[in-house]
Design a binder for this molecule. Structure first.
Ligand code: B12
Length: 212
């Protein structure tokens, strides 16, 4: 029964059935599965499949967004239980799209994966200034600060963020990771970032490596 519920929920997320996913998550719960099980056995493997379909060109952006919507609808139902402490957070991630840039889809997918993997997430949103990164980091003391940029013109802001932390004597308090389609490992090295992720999957693997 519970395996069937898991399979149906996973199928709903992979196949973008966002109207069905909340009810299917509810069914998983009533069949006795814990939030952690629902996350690890259905939602995460589903996002994994979606990520691969996108990478292989079988899914396009609207497909990914609808799958993420299906994921979010189900995730909402287990969020409280996860946050209640039955699942110890693996680390805290502060993330935002840098100043001048309003692209957020990739960042949001990575954040969904972070949440799904049990990380605590603080999303600064889009168009985030270096000062805001600094202010929020001081307040919540994250393990990792993630920055996203989709424009070649906004990539340099990532360096400004790291420099501002350095000027305030806080560079080594945090690990900085960067991503977004124009960003690459070489650029990450140039600006002194601690890591680069090509896509959400490699992003989450990087985050796990850093926090392990
Ligand atoms: C959707 C989109 C928009 C939407 C954004 C909507 C939204 N809510 O995000 C809208 C229409 C608003 C938009 C606006 C603009 N856009 Co636009 N946009 C795109 C488009 C088509 C898709 C971007 C996207 O979401 N990709 C899908 C996601 C899943 O991929 P991703 O963002 O790369 O993220 C993945 C990885 O990079 C990584 N990742 C991302 N962030 C991070 C962070 C970390 C820490 C890690 C580890 C990993 C990671 O993981 C993600 C998941 O796998 C791209 C073209 C393209 N094919 O990329 C152009 C594109 C990025 N846009 C472009 C441009 C020029 C603009 C505009 C300037 C257009 C204009 N003249 O107004 C404005 C800019 C506004 C601004 N100030 O930001 C150019 C950029 C060119 C350049 N090299 O600078 C592109 C490349 C289109 C093009 N070929 O010309 N855009």
């Amino acid at each position: 029964m519970s395996q069937q519920a898991i399979d149906s929920l996973k199928d709903a997320v992979v196949n973008m059935k966002f109207n069905d996913s909340p009810e299917l998550a509810e069914k998983c719960k009533s069949s006795g599965l814990s939030a952690v099980d629902i996350l690890n056995k259905a939602l995460l493997p589903a996002l994994d499949v979606v990520g691969k379909l996108f990478k292989d060109g079988d899914y396009f952006l609207p497909d990914v967004l609808m799958s993420v919507k299906a994921y979010e609808g189900a995730y909402k139902l287990i969020d409280d239980e996860l946050k209640a402490g039955s699942y110890k957070a693996r680390g805290k991630i502060l993330m935002g799209t840098v100043e001048g840039d309003i692209h957020e889809i990739g960042k949001n997918i990575l954040l969904a994966l972070c949440q799904g993997n049990g990380f605590e997430v603080e999303d600064l949103g889009i168009n985030v200034s270096p000062a805001t990164f600094l202010e929020k980091a001081k307040e919540i003391e994250p393990d990792i600060i993630g920055m996203s940029a989709l424009l070649t013109t906004t990539m340099p802001v990532m360096q400004k963020v790291i420099e501002l932390f350095a000027e305030n004597g806080l560079r080594d308090e945090y690990k900085f990771i960067v991503g977004g389609s124009p960003v690459n490992q070489k650029f990450a090295d140039q600006i002194g970032a601690d890591g680069y992720g090509e896509d959400a999957q490699s992003g989450i693997e990087l985050i796990k490596r850093i926090t392990e």
